[in-house]
Design a binder for this molecule. Structure first.
Ligand code: ADP
Ligand code: MG
Ligand code: ZN
Length: 442
């Protein structure tokens, strides 16, 4: 059994003096004291990384293998761990031969110094990697197989990554090694997919906490009902600045296209009221993007206008608002993107700008995507139903938190009463919806 002092000492290595929550502690203690497969679903910001990093470091020797979907994410985590004097390494295609040699050399040692080895699912599926990790496993040096952002395995989620499907084989190869699957967004369908595709071995121990984010204020603003949406956006940013006593008015504004990112960033800059605003999208060089992200992390850029390629796994606590200037693609995507606000637990705002025209455009694009690509029927259905649920979210006068929680199968949720526009201004929201319906028929 874990002794209290040992646990405290290990927490110190991460720079923490206590667990963030009871459920974080329970999950961690259960992992270090048992050897079952574990499924963890906590909302963004709950501290899921520690749930696997702690057990990985707590074990006296051997290493843990972490699968994570993006190189940028891997790099952030590896750097953060190294800053804490914890030996984390990565193997990926961007390493030089020399760097690769160092990592591989360490893995072949009798006692590797690597405690966490981060890789992408693409690499995990290659024969060359499988044969390496099998050798390490034969020497009983693999402690845990960790799958971060496990919802990527499912077509019912919003970040489907086919390479995640191959992780089941990896899990089979690593017989007896407990698998820890971690995610922030899991409807029952996604959970079923995670269990079956990752070949989780029953009984799986589950740790789930509600998707409800009590510090986030959700509202929907109708572009067609305000005089000028841009002025409305500026007012919104201004109000947030006044509301937060901290200096930070850090925010993300999601736009659908690269052009609208740049255009909006320029317009906001010209007002001179919003601090430094920059566009971020796939059309910029990697270097430029990294620079913008770093400047935003440190606060010298306050607002980023980005396409949804921005943000997964980014650990910035004081994001005070997330705006969707164009409609999101699905309700689970919206929950994930907007959820990047308020990781520090302080009040933050999530606003969706909705318009009937935008809804039709987005539906058109989704249909186009469905017809163009050879995607499975299951995924088509999920794209459409995820989108329709989002439309319903916007077009119904129902507590926003309640709609989100119900979507993820959390039926115990009651109306939030004070953290959404419907609960605080039901009459206004209903009147707006009436007006919107009238407009449609004009
Ligand atoms: P997510 O659940 O979204 O993956 P992270 O693991 O990135 O969340 O953690 C969110 C933030 O919480 C990070 O800044 C992390 O350092 C912090 N955190 C996690 N556990 C603790 C803890 N026990 N004490 C203090 N801060 C913590
Ligand atoms: Mg995470
Ligand atoms: Zn509410």
């Amino acid at each position: 059994m874990a002794t209290e002092t040992k646990v405290k000492q290990c927490l110190k290595k991460f720079g923490f003096d206590k667990f963030r929550s009871d459920i974080q502690e329970k999950a961690i203690l259960s992992i270090i004291n048992g050897n079952s497969d574990v499924f963890i679903s906590f909302p963004t910001g709950a501290g899921k990384s520690l749930c696997y990093q702690f057990p990985a470091v707590y074990k006296e020797d051997g290493l843990s293998l972490v699968i994570s979907p993006l190189l940028a994410l891997i790099q952030d985590q590896v750097t953060a761990l190294n800053d804490k004097q914890i030996v984390a390494r990565t193997l990926n295609s961007t390493l030089s031969q020399q760097e690769k040699k160092i990592v591989l050399g360490d893995l072949m040692q009798r006692q590797p110094t690597t405690r966490l080895l981060y890789i992408t699912p693409e690499l995990a599926a290659t024969q060359s990697f499988l044969s390496i990790i099998k050798k390490v496993h034969q020497r009983k040096l693999v402690n845990y197989l960790i799958i971060d952002e496990a919802h990527c395995v499912s077509q019912w989620g919003h970040d489907y990554r086919p390479d995640y499907l191959k992780l089941g084989t990896l899990h089979d190869e690593l017989s007896k090694v407990p698998c820890i699957a971690v995610t922030a967004t899991a409807s029952q369908k996604v959970i079923d997919d995670i269990y079956s595709s990752l070949h989780l071995r029953r009984p799986v121990i589950e740790f789930k906490s509600s998707v409800f984010r009590p510090n986030l204020f959700y509202d929907v603003q109708f572009k067609e009902l305000v005089d000028d949406p841009f002025t409305d956006l500026c007012q919104f940013i201004d109000e947030i600045k006044k509301m937060t006593d901290t200096q930070s008015n850090s925010g993300i504004i999601y736009c659908r296209t690269r052009d609208s990112c740049s255009e909006l960033a320029n317009k906001l800059t010209q007002t001179g009221q919003c601090g430094s605003v920059k566009a971020y999208h796939a059309g910029l060089t990697n270097e430029k993007r990294k620079q913008i992200q770093d400047d935003w992390m440190t606060g010298s850029i306050s607002i980023i206008c980005a396409t949804i390629s921005f943000g997964m796994g980014i650990d910035k606590g004081d994001v005070r608002f997330v705006v969707h200037w164009d409609l999101a693609k699905s309700i689970s995507g919206y929950y994930q993107e907007s959820g990047r606000a308020g990781r520090d637990g302080k009040r933050s705002h999530c606003r969706m700008y909705y318009s009937a025209r935008e809804r039709d455009t987005q539906l058109f694009l989704i249909n186009q995507e469905i017809n163009d690509k050879k995607i499975a029927d299951e995924q088509k259905t999920s794209m459409l139903s995820g989108f329709n649920s989002l439309v319903q979210y916007c077009e119904e006068a129902k507590c926003r938190h309640l709609v989100i929680c119900n979507y993820f199968g959390d039926m115990s949720m009651k109306p939030c009463e004070k953290m959404c526009d419907v609960c605080t201004q039901r009459e206004l929201v209903s009147a707006n919806l009436q007006n919107l319906k009238k407009k449609k028929f004009d």
